[in-house]
Design a protein around this ligand. Sequence first.
Ligand code: KE4
Length: 427
Amino acid sequence: MNRTESQQLIDRAQRTLVGGVNSPVRAFKGVGGHPVFFRSGQGAWLEDVDGNRYIDYVSSWGPMILGHSDPRVVAAVRSQAQQALGFGAPTELEIELAELIVERVPGIDKARLVNSGTEATMTAIRLARGFTGRDLIVKFEGCYHGHSDALLAKAGSGLLTLGIPNSPGVPEAVAARTLTLPFNDAAAVREAYAAYPQQIAGLIVEPVAGNMGCIAPQPGFLETLREVTETDGSLLIFDEVITGFRVALGGAQARYGITPDLTTLGKIIGGGLPVGALGGRTDIMDRLAPLGDIYQAGTLSGNPLAAAAGIATLRALDEGFFADLERRTALLASELQALASKHGRSMAINHVCGMLSLFFDAPQPVTAFEHVANANSDAFARFFHAMLDRGVYLAPSAFETAFLGAQHTQDVLDATLTAADGALRQL
Ligand code: KE4
């Protein structure tokens, strides 16, 4: 494929934007080559600045569950834009979006709208610490919760040693208040809470991991998190920025029947515009200013354009939507698996409704970060480019997830499989 214009644009971009991008994963460091610059999107299809067309499985990293430029969402944004772009004052739209979230997400009685997933998780950590009066936080290896300091920590030398920074600029004292445990390891969670009784403010988890590829919770894992946090008086925080309104109408907490104390949301609830949200039990949420003494604020929080896009998106989602999405996700997974076998390639495929990841030459089953770390990321990079050249745009990293939505209809899946057949033959 000719991508000359993209190449010229990345050269130009690098003169004024760090790495030519505004978010690192877009730079293609995980797969090599240069990023593709896009010009338009419609349904499942993107068009780049060179006029090439691609079936899109990035979906702006999850928000486009109805497809690009869904007419209902575009109309809602256009109509609102003609009224006003924002006030910095309350609007009815914010109430409507909050009501749609509260009605559908079991663990959310009250919400606070923010502008990104990072803001949502950063606030959840502050709220958990303020509400419990404790300092320690538990997270899991391979889970990503945005780039606030407390969550840019990794495991120290030993399993139960306090964290160390995983980025310069994060103070050691901050990282040392974060324990990082292996995902899907219920015993490690019990050990951590036994080692630090009544000292852990909260445990934050992606209930279905999406940032080390897609990894579902093993039976009993989420139940253990709920039981252990409940017993200890620690808060259970589900980071559903990816899984919210993706793996079920009520998110992972509805799918797996586990109700957390706090939930963070993003992506789909903004329909492609910047929206994040934090929600949970009223007694916890009411500790936030202006009712409570735990501070949180945002100039554009709940802005009417983003709220309009989020409302139009959530209104289009119902139980039947997810039943059909689950079916199509499973179909794509099984057909891809059959193609890998046909071509003699070892390829593990993990999938949950609307999420799918491929792991080449990985220890199977892929249930933890160490399995993903031992997969063949070079093979993934070659597959990524072979698919890109056949008009299929996967996430440019072996540690991300392909996102499916309404737009991935049978004809789109068939075209994807045709491309995958050729790409696997070429590997
Ligand atoms: P943002 O601050 O990027 O809106 O959200 C942070 C975040 C929080 N929690 C989860 C589970 C997330 O997946 C994210 C962000 N997701 C990544 C992709 N996996 C965003 C893409 C990017 O960083 O450019």
